[in-house]
Design a protein around this ligand. Structure first.
Ligand SMILES: [Cu+2]
Length: 245
């Protein structure tokens, strides 16, 4: 008998079948999808970091790692959605004052949709709730928040950015200066200007936990992706990035 030669084909068949089944099976148990972002500096702030958004159903475990931020000062941080789904550059400095303000960046990253507060409300109304924002030169923020279907859809469409605010443009070690924040006149412009920003994209390590679920769950959270089998038999999502215009 020559079963050895048949073995590779026999192994390939169930894999192909299972991919077809995934495509037809209705959504079952919720899957975890991880989106990730490298935060680059805005406004020459020296602030960088990383963010992870782990989505399961409408719950997101959010982690934001920040370093090089203004010390002993609160840092408003948000998920911005809309605009072009990208981070601003100095070309966004419409009034030419040398600082890209939060509204000036809006054509790039859109508006605040989720406020990454340490406690309490997480809506756009909490955008400048600096007393409920993390603070310090470096910090790790972790919180589980509920996200709307619309926000999850935008994240999976590549139209969401994580933005950390608060810069020290005049180098005096604190938020200061005569220029007022366009978001809140009681705050200096430095307190709310964007310091770091990164666009959220599906984590390259694989957006979902392996070994369970399948394509139907991708449809459930609106991921317009193409599943492909990896060498290990797991699945990765090759997705097209699309930005709102
Ligand atoms: Cu923001």
């Amino acid at each position: 008998m020559n079963t050895r030669k048949l073995a590779p084909l026999a192994m390939a068949l169930p894999l192909g079948l299972s991919m077809g089944l995934f495509a037809a099976t209705p959504a079952s148990a919720a899957e975890t999808w991880t989106f990730q972002s490298n935060l680059g500096q805005v406004n020459d702030s020296g602030t960088t970091g990383q963010a992870w958004v782990e989505v399961e159903g409408n719950t997101a475990d959010i982690t934001v790692n920040v370093s090089g931020a203004v010390a002993d000062s609160p840092h408003a941080q948000h998920i911005h959605i809309g605009g072009q789904g990208v981070c601003p550059t100095m070309e966004n400095d419409d009034n030419g004052d040398g600082i890209v303000s939060t509204p000036e960046g809006q054509s790039s990253y859109g508006g605040v949709k989720v406020s990454l507060t340490t406690e309490g409300a997480t809506g756009a109304d909490s955008a400048v709730a600096v007393e409920r924002m993390p603070s310090g030169a470096g910090y790790t923020y972790e919180r589980s928040v509920e996200l709307s279907d619309d926000v999850i859809q935008n994240i999976s469409d590549g139209a969401a950015s994580v933005v950390v605010h608060g810069i020290d443009a005049n180098g005096d070690g604190k938020y200061s200066g005569d220029a007022k924040s366009p978001l809140n006149e009681e705050l200096p412009l430095e307190a709310t200007a964007p310091a770091a920003c990164g666009e959220l994209a599906l984590s390259p390590e694989g957006g979902m936990e392996t070994g369970k679920g399948g394509m139907a769950d991708a449809g459930m959270i609106g991921l317009g992706g193409v599943l492909a089998a990896t060498a290990a038999g797991g699945f990765v999502v090759a997705r097209r990035l699309s930005h709102n215009s």
